[in-house]
Write a protein that binds this ligand. Structure first.
Ligand code: SF4
Length: 1001
């Protein structure tokens, strides 16, 4: 039913008009506005209570422009949202400085410091939780101010009348009035609240409220606008423009009161038309029609209203309203995508995706990205800046900042160094070429050394890798040390328990400059927005510049602010637009088609999180938003949506995550009772048929051009024995393998340290034996004591630096020190059998000659590094090889059972026997080989007796081994097929699993 635009009267009161929120609403509104212009012969000022329909109203005004308008009203009427109108208030420069959200959070923080009574509240909160609570406190304080400040309106009006040029003095007066009002209201309010929580909140409100709050600014701006209208009216009433207030959504009772009073006052100086929405012919449910009563309760419909609803449903029923139920989440997202695609195919250009179910909408968005640039996607639900990779890059730096003084974990360090905004060559002040592969090299070293955390540990790992490179004829990489030193220096800047806001900001900016991140972020759309958000932390000239807080608090504040910020995508021209938006944003907007996802009983209606502090009753008292009001508003929004758009798809997931059935929203079910033929379509994904071939065990035949290594380390040979396919992937194809270290060489820093300290200890023992007065010659007990003490000291010394890097290594040292007495006992026992330590850590190998299938003679070097050789004191031809294992005896026994698959000791024995000079064992034959545990289970008696495990029948086994290795290497050089087979225990840690796809066959 159309309501004609009223005839403007000269009465000094607002005139009421109502429009029907259907598809013609904007046209109707535009015609009314033009009517007002014609009647008053002035260009009206149109203020919309929400900004959503702004563009639609302007477009409708343009389309409905009457012909032959006189020139004085030919311009399009000015349409502005309420928020923009407030910002445009005359003399806004005089207003107190607007506080940002961040500044308001800080004010909570500062007040907490000042007032003990408030602190107990925040005690239990983590840093992030505390900032969240601060936000809730601010929201609650605003609700309280909303109730109290309107009472100040006349005083604020008076204050604006005073034409004082002294802004300071003026602000002081405003402040005084506010303080008095708060003090008065506080007494009244505190009688209303009984629980302790609200009482504390009131205290907060008392302390926090100040003239920079948005609520106060709003009232000042409204007063300023009123003052302008009044001044103009006094000068010449014919110049004052009519004001058309369009109430686009149901206001909160407190806003309703405020605006009613305001429009009444404004009407004294200008024509005022208030436009509301009438639901008579649009409401599809009684609650949408009847709304709330004055008490805030939902009004029950009378029979006449019920029949009006029935008639509305029948009148507005569209054949193109579809109900689509999908069983699973993924199917729901696909169905949404398909619906949107079908609308696009049908030529629709302006489509809305209402995100009742945000996750499904996000997923559908991702699926739609296949359509590329032809579809412009505008996400109005607020894409978080924190989900962009720029925020992840900054976050990787924040992780380094918050690391303890010993240094970050290796994964945190690598994450930061690998972020695409980190400029390595800028940071090291060197050429980009010099940085090629540097971070991959660092990663290899850290992984191979198992350097898990700490600057000292990283340094040690690099130094060892560099010295290893030198001893193997390659060149060390000095940039690696520079890189660690660089990050370490920046990290050191944050080693203070308290930071003040302005210097922390300055330091962060400096870090971003030095790492080249600022420059790279500046070139990125999301990066620019991130830098802008960070700029908000620049308090150098504000009152919060010296606020001190703990570093984790500051970092958490930084993260919370980034978490709150939205990322705005740059728009681009496209053939069609998809707007992803909440239901409320569809108000008074027109779309060619609408797809609503998440229309199940749990998500439609959806209520905002209840305020942390106020009960629904207290909210009612504060005239704030209530659950009932939100319910009514959504019923109206959905009615409006269905009535205004022909093509609406309502989608939901019919089974919950737990497999329980989910029904459609009660609003849909109620409509279905009236519309019997409106059936639910079960959305089924399209099925395609095809024949797949089952994957079989992976087998690869090395290509003729694939180089086969001519040196084989013991562990590479073990890999070949364990699983030929794995050898193919890691050694022949060279996929992801730590190259800096010879495989099998225990590259972990702790393992290396143990090996190194044992070598140092035995060399020292040798030297000590040369000294005739040494205590070690004073009987076996004295010798034992010297050995134990010396090994203890030696261990402390070697581990010292590792522990400085990562204090957890202290545990490894202590475990090892517990082993020392029993290890020495084992050594003494060995000595009593005539064996003496001879040498350690010796590179050693032998060469195999074979001819490949082309008849080419090949020399293959099998080489490694033997842990230790012993010689026999009384048998000048006997020698033994020993391999230290940082493992329990059980593992060593298992190893011994499969010695042919893991023949490390046999390789060393054969190497020493074939080249005794190189092994520093001239004239001797290695006839004994054993593993020695450095991790024996002492409580289980794994001490001096069973710390070692000997290779049985060594000469037989060596003969078998020699035959086997020849056969294996011949097959390898013949490029025979290499199969993937290995026991699960091997596959468990296999890097090549993703390639061989074990588990799929
Ligand atoms: S996962 Fe197992 S079968 Fe596959 S390559 Fe690795 S070791 Fe071989």
């Amino acid at each position: 039913m159309l309501h004609p635009f009223p005839t403007i009267s000269m009465q000094k009161q607002p005139q009421a008009w109502a429009i029907t929120p259907n598809s013609q609403a904007l046209t109707e509104l535009a015609k009314g506005i033009w009517d007002c212009a014609k009647q008053t012969q002035k260009r009206p000022l149109v203020v919309l209570s929400t900004a959503g329909p702004l563009i639609g109203v302007r477009a409708a005004l343009e389309q409905n422009r009457p012909k032959d308008l006189p020139s004085n009203i030919a311009f399009l009427p000015q349409v502005i949202s309420f928020a923009d109108w407030l910002e445009a208030a005359p003399g806004a420069w005089k207003f107190p400085k607007k506080q940002t959200d961040l500044e308001r959070w800080l004010s909570v923080f500062v007040n907490l410091r000042k007032h003990k009574v408030l602190q107990s509240w925040f005690k239990a909160e983590s840093e992030a939780g505390a900032w969240g609570l601060a936000q809730a406190v601010i929201d609650a304080c605003d609700s309280l101010s909303e109730v109290v400040v309107p009472q100040l309106q006349s005083e604020l009006n008076d204050l604006l009348q005073t034409h004082t040029l002294d802004t300071e003095a003026w602000l002081k007066k405003v402040e005084l009035v506010l303080d008095q009002a708060i003090a008065k209201a506080y007494v009244g309010l505190s009688r209303k609240v009984v629980d302790e929580e609200s009482a504390v909140l009131l205290t907060f409100w008392r302390y926090l409220t100040n003239i920079g709050d948005p609520v106060i600014r709003k009232h000042l701006a409204m007063a300023a606008q009123m003052h302008l209208a009044k001044t103009n009216a006094e000068k010449d009433s014919t110049t004052v423009r009519p004001l058309i207030w369009v109430q686009t959504a149901d206001p909160k009772p407190i806003d309703q009161e405020l605006i009613d009073g305001y429009l009444n006052d404004y009407a004294q100086f200008a024509t005022v038309v208030r436009v509301d929405l009438t639901w008579q012919s649009v409401a599809l449910w009684p609650e949408a029609l009847c709304g709330l009563d004055t008490e805030g309760h939902i009004v029950v419909a009378n029979p006449q209203e019920d029949s009006q609803i029935e008639s509305n449903i029948q009148v507005h029923r569209q054949d193109d309203w579809r109900l689509l139920a999908a069983r699973r989440f993924e199917e729901l997202a696909w169905t949404a995508t398909k619906s949107i695609e079908s609308h696009l195919i049908a030529g629709k250009k302006n489509i809305a995706l209402v995100a009742q179910d945000r996750l499904a909408a996000r997923r559908a968005r991702a699926l739609l990205s296949r359509l590329g640039g032809a579809l412009r996607i505008r996400d109005e639900t607020g894409w978080k800046l924190s989900t962009t990779r720029t925020a992840a890059a900054l976050d990787s730096w924040l992780e380094i900042m918050r690391a303890p003084k010993e240094g970050p974990s290796a994964s945190a360090l690598l994450e930061f160094l690998q972020n695409p905004y980190f400029d390595l060559s800028h940071s090291l002040n060197t050429s980009p070429e010099a940085c090629n592969g540097l971070i991959a090299q660092l990663e290899d070293i850290l992984i191979a050394s198992q350097a898990k955390s700490g600057w000292e540990t990283f340094m040690m790992a690099i130094e060892r890798a560099n010295s290893y490179a030198v001893s193997n004829g390659s060149s060390p990489n000095a940039h690696l040390i520079d890189l660690i030193s660089f990050v370490r220096r920046l990290h050191a800047g944050w080693q203070q328990s308290m930071v003040d806001c302005s210097s922390a900001y300055a330091l962060l900016q400096k870090n971003l400059q030095e790492t080249g991140m600022a420059q790279r972020l500046e070139k990125d759309a999301a990066g620019k927005q991130l830098l802008k958000v960070l700029k908000g932390f620049d308090f150098s000239s504000g009152i919060y510049k010296d606020v001190k807080m703990r570093l984790p608090e500051w970092l958490s504040l930084l993260k919370t602010v980034i978490e709150e910020a939205s990322y705005e995508e740059a728009g681009q021209e496209a053939q069609a637009t998809l707007s992803i938006l909440p239901l409320s944003s569809t108000r008074l907007r027109q779309f060619d088609a609408v797809v609503v996802v998440g229309c199940d009983e749990q998500q439609l209606p959806a209520f905002s999180e209840p305020p942390l502090f106020f009960s629904d009753t207290l909210n009612r008292y504060l005239k704030s938003s209530t659950i009932a009001a939100q319910y009514i508003q959504q019923a109206r929004d959905l009615s409006q949506l269905l009535v205004s758009c022909k093509n609406v798809d309502l989608l939901w997931q019919s089974k919950s995550k737990s497999g329980e059935p989910l029904r459609p929203s009660a609003w849909i079910a109620r409509l279905q009772t009236q519309l019997k033929d409106w059936r639910v379509v079960d959305a089924k994904p399209d099925t395609y048929q095809g024949k797949s071939q089952p994957i079989t065990m992976s087998v690869s035949t090395p290509d003729q051009n694939l180089a086969i290594p001519v040196t084989v380390s013991p562990s590479a040979y073990k890999a070949l024995r364990d699983c030929p396919y794995r050898y193919y992937v890691s050694n022949l194809l060279g996929l992801r393998k730590a190259k800096e270290f010879e495989e099998g060489f225990d590259a972990s820093l702790a393992g290396q340290t143990l090996h190194a300290l044992l070598k140092t200890f035995f060399q020292a023992l040798k030297t000590e034996q040369e000294k005739s007065h040494s205590p070690i010659h004073q009987g076996s007990e004295a010798r034992r004591q010297w050995m134990v003490d010396h090994l203890m000291k030696c261990s402390e010394k070697e581990f010292e630096r590792l522990i400085a890097g990562d204090a957890r290594v202290l545990g490894t040292l202590r475990d090892w020190q517990k082993q020392i007495p029993s290890f020495i006992d084992w050594q003494l026992k060995r000595e009593s059998n005539g064996w003496r330590y001879h040498d350690a850590e010796l590179p050693i190998g032998f060469t195999l000659s074979l001819s490949d299938p082309d008849g080419v003679q090949r020399e293959i070097r099998i080489a490694g590094r033997a842990d230790r050789f012993d010689i026999h004191e009384s048998d000048s031809t006997a020698a033994a090889v020993i391999d230290y294992k940082n493992q329990k005896m059980k593992k060593i026994v298992d190893r011994a059972e499969n010695i042919l698959d893991d023949p490390q000791l046999l390789i060393y024995a054969r190497a020493a026997n074939e080249n005794a000079i190189a092994a520093h064992l001239p004239g001797r034959i290695v006839g004994e080989a054993q593993w020695v545990s450095l991790k024996a289970e002492l409580d289980k008696g794994e001490d001096k007796n069973i710390r070692a495990h000997i290779v049985e029948d060594i000469s037989d086994v060596m003969a078998q081994f020699s035959e086997q290795i020849e056969k294996d290497l011949n097959s390898l050089w013949a490029r025979k097929p290499m199969q993937a087979f290995a026991p699960d225990s091997v596959c468990q840690y296999c890097e090549a699993r993703g390639v061989c796809r074990k588990g799929m066959w």
